[in-house]
Design a protein around this ligand. Sequence first.
Ligand SMILES: C[S@@+](CC[C@H](N)C(=O)[O-])C[C@H]1O[C@@H](n2cnc3c(N)ncnc32)[C@H](O)[C@@H]1O
Length: 275
Amino acid sequence: MTLHSRRIRKGLKIMTIQEKILVRGSTAGRVRPEFDGAPPTRRRLAQVAARTRAALLRRAHMFADGMRDRLTGADGTHGKHELSELTIDSPHVAAGVHFVSTPRAVLDWVHACLPPDPEKPAWTFLDLGCGKGRAVLSAAARPYGRIVGIEFARELAAEAHANVAAAGHAASRVSILQDDAATATLPGGPLIVFLFNPFGPAVLAPLLQRLGQAAAGGQPILVAYVNPVHAALFECDPAFETRTLPRGTAWKLSLASPYRLALYAAGPARRQTMR
Ligand SMILES: C[S@@+](CC[C@H](N)C(=O)[O-])C[C@H]1O[C@@H](n2cnc3c(N)ncnc32)[C@H](O)[C@@H]1O
């Protein structure tokens, strides 16, 4: 057993003890609402336990993705970079979140919530802040009509391009654009917007406005928001309807995901049947 996996086993053991003490089922770094009225010490402990659990899950997913890279060949999408290390020509850098890729299992769970396969060819999958292209590659393995990744950091966009080409998806179905999500032209037609907490309200709020307008004009729009730090923006916007996750996926996420997932529908997509 490697030192890394020993640490993870040790961490999981600690997590189980903490859960036994107080926070059975705290999800994705957040304390369950039952703790809202709890005494401050108990709530603080619950917070620490929930954060520890999320951190351990992040490590476990990173480990699992690393193993998969070792077994099947790396696709070049892993890593972590601060935006200050990268070449970015945009006035929105301060609102941007550093690069880290979505765990592959989380992507599988996201796709499991989206329109069923016979309907997928009608939809464009758009990853805003696509990093090195992991979510784009996961979409390319499914029958979406078009897949678009937008990334404002020059080095990451170039790597995403190379990773997509290396995977044999350089055809017209997939495109990577080096652009600012705040101003980039959004694809027309039925649109799935994938967000892995890429930016803060300074970019997200105007984006919601643009999406809301497009939806009001008849464009079906679904949003899959992983680690929805700014979910309140969607929840306060009448253009967006919060969708319930399919029960099986919701259960897997609450059990094994370090991140929450929020789904929203706008325009004609409000009538879209999910899974
Ligand atoms: C958390 S990472 C998500 C990576 C990717 N979606 C994935 O699943 O692997 C956030 C990414 O958003 C990018 N980003 C942040 N603000 C942006 C903006 N205004 N326009 C385009 N990309 C942006 C960052 O450079 C970073 O690569």
